[in-house]
Design a protein around this ligand. Sequence first.
Ligand SMILES: Cc1ncc(COP(=O)(O)O)c(C=O)c1O
Length: 414
Amino acid sequence: MSVTPVLETAVDVLRRRDPELAEILLGEADRQATTLQLIAAENFSSPAVLAALGSSLANKYAEGYPGARYHGGCEIVDVAERIAVERAKALFGAEHANVQAHSGSSAVLAAYAALLRPGDTVLALGLPYGGHLTHGSPANFSGRWFDFVGYGVDAETGLIDYDQVRTLARTHRPKAIVCGSIAYPRHIDYACFREVADEVGAYLIADAAHPIGLVAGGAAPNPVPYADVVCATTHKVLRGPRGGMILCGADLAERVDRAVFPFTQGGAQMHTIAAKAVAFGEAATPAFTAYAHQVVANARVLAARLAAEGLVVTTGGTDTHLVTADPAPLGVDGRTARGRLAAAGMVLDCCALPHADVRGLRLGTAAVTTQGMGETEMVRIAVLFAQVLRGEAESQKAREEVRELAGGFPPYPG
Ligand SMILES: Cc1ncc(COP(=O)(O)O)c(C=O)c1O
């Protein structure tokens, strides 16, 4: 099994102090290295990112912002946060970056807190079409505190219905419009959203949790020039630590910062912020640009081959790392498919399918591309995938093939 040097150290220490947890770390490392991580929101952070996460910065309390902390002894971590902010601003061409949001959801919560009042109307992609929980789910703070109106996607093409967005915006006069999704595989027309927002006097919030890594690598359009506030995660294609980030113009900087701390969060997680700085540094390299483009090339091949195998691929393909598909033509529903694939070592999610009662499948190529897999491996995965769903490949044999394929591309070589 391949583990990072950081994990090796952690396991050595834990073996002596807490063998039970040491086994869990090793077991998870083994699971990740011997199965295929096709969950669209996951990736393998670099050893440098993991090193920052498991560092002395984890011990430091740092409420506030660099130069203005509640706690003493922040001189060194202040530098880490300043570096993270400057790297994020440079990477995405933003006037301001807040790197303290603990997660993507925290970033969205802070964006709403900065711009809205409870009871305001917000227009966002409806949850059945790929909106996130923070885009108005009744189970989430967003649905309870704001009045969400959902736009959808075209029943035929699966593409965002921009005419409907405009009509709903004119009818409901939202205070903010949210663009972004957990499952939309195509580029978003940020200019169009900006135009609609301007027409009705709404803020535009881009929730770019998924594509932000592609933006960093120049493989997807950048929402920063169009949106008032951009929310993102740092752990998906961007390949950093689990966490969130908010980008905005200088005019909203103070409101956004205060919405994060002290309004919605307490002490910043300095180890995570340092790890974000490392990830932003990595994402600014030509190697990451090549990676981001390969992620998309891989997803396109995966989508095309799954379609050739008979799955119905939403929108007919992808522009991103993300593919959603209905396996029904292969005689299996999404939930059953996910279980069968998991048994064969192919780990992915179910998702809502637009204009359908059944659940579909959501796959992503960020993690397997980090492992070094290319188009050839995508074809192999798609073929095996379909064989498993059709019941042609005996589960144990498929599991062995996955193990062999994954073994050729260790996430942490050496
Ligand atoms: C569009 C979108 N927004 C927000 C989030 C929330 O991120 P987190 O799980 O870090 O809270 C996600 C996560 O998948 C997402 O896809």
